[in-house]
Design a protein around this ligand. Structure first.
Ligand code: NAI
Ligand code: MG
Length: 353
């Protein structure tokens, strides 16, 4: 097990340090893995002039998984587009062919008040959005703004071929097998032919998963159902643009950006694992960040790339225990709980392990 570790910018190094402490507990207990650190984003621009340096490419390609903190910050905001830190992240995703984005949204009962929705709507929420990342209207040709008959015309093309749909479908069905065995495929087949093909392919491959229940929903209804009754879902699978919007909507159901991990996978379950939040420049360097999203990203890495279900569950249970014991970083603090720093939250998780 080879892990490329990329702390990145802002709070990245602080939260990654806590995730590595948790991984070290597993190592002490016999789990064998190697780590190698690499630069990405703003710190890479400072050190090498580019956001995704060759040395990082080498390490990331040779690894089985990448554990990543966050990148970006005001320091680099005025750089030209192709030198900006974000280019580093887009670059590594494309380079490693990470086409499947897995974003769980789950609510810990202790944090029920963090959500803007009523506790009965979100309590016990545990859903997974599987978003296709490398196709759809974001990449389809032709595209651009042209002048036709004296008028400016904007154009993008929604396009998926059956292989692209099939491979993301398999990721969703396999994820459902590790969960509650339900897949809801999201499309707009009443209007868009591309998504009619999407639905047809999902139905085709569902034959290979008789143990998983497949349903379909139009995207506009899905957006409503996510806030009306999100607990009806287990795994939701959808294309790039619908998934972009629905995954952000779903992550906010729980109200705690510092709690949610994510995975981006290739065809062999090699993956990049990161918290959904950014580099939080406003609290960087102050030991205030919530490291739990990153610690839970390490758990996802153990589950999806390394098939270490017991170790993944052990980390997740430790996180549940520290929340039950009342430990809170500032972002999830409420009266009557114990306010802790980033490293103290790490201490608590390590102790719970
Ligand atoms: P952000 O997610 O960094 O921060 C939004 C708010 O949430 C801030 O108030 C921040 O303090 C808070 N927050 C975020 N993570 C937290 C944590 N773990 N614990 C406690 N509080 C936390 O988003 P923002 O402010 O829009 O972007 C800041 C920088 O991050 C920008 O340069 C942006 O480009 C970059 N970014 C990077 C991402 C990545 O590396 N994947 C994703 C999103 C933004
Ligand atoms: Mg988005």
């Amino acid at each position: 097990m080879k892990i490329c570790v990329i702390p990145g910018d802002g709070i990245g190094p602080e939260i990654i340090a806590q995730a590595l402490r948790v991984m070290d507990i597993l190592k002490q207990d016999g789990l064998k893995f190697e780590t190698e650190h690499a630069l990405l984003g703003g710190c890479a621009v400072d050190a090498t002039g580019v956001p995704y340096p060759e040395a990082t490419q080498k390490i990331a390609r040779a690894a089985d998984a990448v554990l990543f903190g966050a990148i970006g910050g005001p320091k680099w905001d005025n750089l030209p587009r192709n030198q900006r830190p974000e280019r580093g992240l887009l670059g590594i995703r494309k380079d490693l062919n990470l086409f499947a984005n897995l974003r769980p949204a789950m609510l810990y009962p202790e944090l029920a008040n963090a959500s803007t929705l009523k506790p009965e709507v979100v309590s016990g929420l545990d859903i997974m959005i599987v978003r296709e990342l490398t196709g759809d209207i974001y990449f389809g040709e032709p595209r651009g703004i042209t002048v036709e008959d004296g008028k400016r015309v904007g154009r993008n093309t929604m396009i998926y071929n059956e292989d692209e749909i099939r491979r993301i479908g398999h990721v969703a069905f396999q994820a459902a097998r590790k969960r509650n065995k339900k897949v809801c495929s999201i499309d707009k087949m009443n209007v868009l032919e591309t998504t009619q093909l999407w639905r047809d392919i999902m139905i085709e491959i569902s034959a290979e998963y008789p143990d998983v229940e497949l349903s379909h929903m139009l995207v506009d209804n899905a957006a409503m159902q996510l806030v009306r009754n999100p607990k009806q879902f287990d795994v939701m699978v959808t294309g790039n643009i619908f998934g972009d919007i629905l995954s952000d909507e779903a992550s906010m159901l729980t109200g705690s950006i510092g709690m949610l991990p994510s995975a981006s996978l290739d065809e062999n379950n090699k993956g990049l694992y990161e918290p959904i939040h950014g580099s939080a420049p406003d609290i960087a360097g102050k030991n205030l960040a919530n490291p739990l999203a990153t610690i839970l990203s390490a758990a996802m890495m153990l589950r999806y790339t390394f098939n270490k279900e017991a170790e993944a569950t052990r980390i997740e249970n430790a996180v549940k225990k520290v929340l039950a014991d009342g430990y809170r970083t500032g972002d999830i603090y409420e009266e009557g709980t114990k306010k802790v720093s980033c490293s103290e939250m790490g201490d608590a998780v390590v102790a719970a392990m």
